[in-house]
Design a binder for this molecule. Structure first.
Ligand code: SAM
Length: 225
């Protein structure tokens, strides 16, 4: 992306601009892209299936973002959506659904979760949208987890150190279990990996979505303003 360039939107973006946002040709808006930053843009042409945007001046350069993943057992649909929205606002770079022994079966709608993450990124003025991984069973998740990334596992009722802010540029991840908690044998299996650090979020037993949001708020507290 560079000033003066013309971009073609997808059909869904053209529909959103015209039918949802009620924009017209000639209207101005802001567009962003992770690698290039944010630009002023003018709608060149717009119909129901296609739109073109003419880029103006760059309004924000790309900025460093924390390298933080949220790994979470999928919850009830509305709670999973809440977690995706709040984790995106807080700044995670990736969302990883992990299927644990006590995860309640739930169908994850990838398109809906991606739309929620996109809206939350726009709302919070991020220049990136976290990617959302395919759900993976815990054993496969651990087997493919990069050992250079620290994995903080939120474990209630455990004598573990409290979760502290992480260096935002060092790769790290937070894992939160399902409503029924992580099974003792799952915690044992995780403890065998050198990249795993069990952590507590305090003496109260938090709902899984609260644990994810509270944990990320602590972990990302060291990110630059
Ligand atoms: N059913 C479990 C019980 O009553 O012991 C509670 C599970 S809790 C609702 C769901 C998840 O949130 C847990 O697997 C854990 O990852 C996280 N969690 C909740 N409270 C926590 C705390 N105080 N410290 C660390 N993790 C916590």
């Amino acid at each position: 992306m560079s000033p003066g360039a013309t971009l073609a939107t997808s059909a869904a973006q053209a529909h959103y601009l015209g039918a949802v946002m009620r924009r017209r040709a000639g209207d101005r808006l802001l567009v962003f892209n992770a690698g290039s930053g944010e630009f002023a843009a003018t709608i060149g042409a717009l119909d129901r299936r296609a739109a073109t945007l003419v880029l103006g001046a760059r309004t924000r350069a790309p900025e460093p973002e924390p390298d933080c993943w949220l790994c979470f057992a999928p919850l009830r649909r509305d709670m999973t959506e809440l977690v995706v929205e709040k984790a995106t606002e807080l700044g995670v770079s990736r969302l990883v659904p992990v299927l644990t022994a006590r995860t309640q079966p739930a169908r994850l709608r990838a398109d809906r979760l991606a739309a929620i993450a996109t809206e939350a990124a726009e709302q919070s003025e991020r220049l990136t949208i976290p990617d959302i991984a395919e759900p993976a069973p815990l054993a496969a998740f651990l087997a493919s987890f990069p050992p250079s990334r620290r994995l903080f596992v939120a474990a209630e009722r455990h004598a573990a150190p409290p979760l502290s802010p992480a260096d935002p540029l060092q790769p790290h991840a937070l894992l939160v279990g399902p409503e029924g908690g992580l099974a003792p044998e799952e915690l044992d299996a995780m403890a065998r990996h050198a990249f795993v650090s069990p952590v507590t979020l305090g003496p109260r037993i938090l709902r899984a979505e609260t644990a994810a949001i509270a944990g990320l708020a602590r972990l990302l507290a060291g990110s630059a303003p």
